[in-house]
Design a protein around this ligand. Structure first.
Ligand code: HEM
Length: 223
């Protein structure tokens, strides 16, 4: 029996998959590299240098990050425009999560555009005209100088929080939608696991950002 899959179904599945692989995996790698700042400027700069020395890095970035990101972002906005939030009628947590997934998606769209232009390309006039990636010897200093501006730091805290929420809730959506977690009880338990994972990831992401303005991060002196 031949199974015909509609175009929307395939686009939708690709959207869900791209959120996990490669984007979710990339986020974990990104937080890992950023956490090198906890050990000081030299360790962070070496981590950036190592990444930039990956053979064919430009193609890895284009194929592994930029294309999936643009696809996920643009199709995500299309889904958002078509969305019918019903949380005002039904005050269930899942309805709120549905809306917050879309709101964080919109925040991410603007935040990631700003973040990539700012640190990857150094293209924000008046703020930063040096690419962190292309100047590994000064990477820590470029980020640190910007994060000492309270407004920029707040923008990053909001961006990191929105990203972590979006991924943690997104993992749950993915597991349920792909039929990996079936049944009311397992879905509830997986929900708690995603919340725990999100809290952990948020702490790691914020701590790495703090390390650029406070040596050693939030736990300096304890570890
Ligand atoms: C850049 C702007 C982004 C927009 C506009 C956006 C939008 C969306 C939307 C609307 C959904 C819900 C889809 C649905 O319910 O069917 C979604 C799901 C998801 N997003 Fe994003 N997103 C963005 C970036 C990201 C990033 C950077 C990541 C990874 C860190 C990510 C990971 C996910 C995951 C894992 C899902 C769940 C997939 C599923 O529904 O099964 N998204 N996104």
């Amino acid at each position: 029996m031949a199974i015909r899959l509609s175009r929307t179904f395939i686009l939708r599945k690709l959207h869900q998959l791209s959120g996990i692989m490669p984007l979710g995996i990339f986020l974990l790698e990104h937080f890992y590299t950023n956490s090198k700042a906890l050990a000081g400027p030299a360790d962070f700069n070496n981590a950036v240098k190592d990444l930039q020395s990956i053979p064919y890095i430009l193609f890895v970035e284009i194929g592994g990050i930029f294309i999936p990101l643009i696809y996920h972002a643009v199709y995500g906005l299309v889904i958002t425009v078509e969305a019918r939030p019903n949380n005002l009628h039904y005050p269930y947590a899942r309805n709120w999560f549905y809306t917050i997934q879309r709101v964080t998606g919109i925040i991410l769209f603007f935040f990631i555009t700003f973040h990539v232009l700012n640190f990857r390309f150094g293209l924000i006039p008046g703020l930063n005209t040096l690419s962190v990636a292309r100047n590994p010897g000064q990477s820590f200093e470029i980020v640190s100088r910007e994060f000492h501006n309270a407004w920029i730091f707040i923008v990053y805290v909001i961006g990191i929080t929105a990203t972590v929420w979006h991924l943690a809730n997104g993992i749950w959506l993915f597991l349920v939608d792909w039929g990996i977690v079936i049944g009311e009880r397992s879905q509830r338990l997986t929900g708690y696991a995603c919340i725990a994972f999100g809290i952990f990831l948020l702490a790691v992401g914020i701590n790495a950002a703090v390390a650029f303005i406070h040596p050693g991060g939030l736990l300096a002196g304890f570890m």
